[in-house]
Design a binder for this molecule. Structure first.
Ligand code: ZN
Length: 192
């Protein structure tokens, strides 16, 4: 996928020293890359939704009928909150290294603070926070670039991609014509 400024602008940190709030970095050969502040914002948005999905009472979870692509046009029943939670955990496990995934579990899922994590993982504070930033950036990129269904934007994940609206009447409209004989000459009503 190609990252554009219209996507990154709203997510970028206004005071970021790298992208000065635009969200894009220009790489070699003038290629554009998302700034790390944007990737971290995507990760944090997904993490917030994950926490919301897992903290919600089970009776509030809803079943939805999602259309499946293809000729049949049949739908499949699904539970979006549970699917999102499972995707969040499984994609993270698949993307991160073993050590990164342990940090991810202790710090983001189990809520351990940096002191506890450093003691458990035998790391110093600097290395721990470098790893946390790297995890956020790695996962933020994967959550957005995942094919065919990305976890971010959340609205697309939970409600399907936004389609442009067109009138369903347009192709079927037929002008109403009164039954007239073809040779009838209508009188000229213009006043000379
Ligand atoms: Zn930035």
């Amino acid at each position: 996928m190609e990252w554009t400024r219209s996507e990154t602008l709203a997510l970028a940190a206004p005071r970021c020293n790298t992208c000065v709030g635009l969200g894009l970095r220009i790489g070699r050969n003038k290629t554009t890359h998302p700034c790390n502040c944007v990737l971290r914002a995507i990760f944090r948005t997904c993490l917030d939704r994950f926490r919301e999905c897992t903290a919600r009472e089970k009776y509030m979870s809803r079943v939805t009928l999602d259309p499946l692509p293809g000729k049949d046009r049949r739908g499949a029943w699904g539970r979006k909150d549970e699917e999102f939670s499972a995707d969040f955990c499984l994609v993270s496990k698949r993307t991160l290294t073993e050590l990164e995934h342990r940090i991810f579990r202790y710090h983001f899922l189990l809520g351990a603070d940096w002191k506890l994590c450093c003691r458990k993982l035998r790391m110093d504070r600097g290395n721990f926070f470098h790893s946390v930033y790297r995890i956020e950036q790695k996962l933020g990129r994967v959550f957005r670039e995942l094919e065919p269904y990305s976890l971010f934007p959340l609205d697309d994940y939970f409600h399907g991609p936004v389609k442009s609206v067109t009138s369903s009447l347009t192709p079927r409209v037929v002008p109403i014509r009164p039954p007239l004989r073809k040779s009838v000459q209508l009188p000229d009503l213009r006043i000379a």
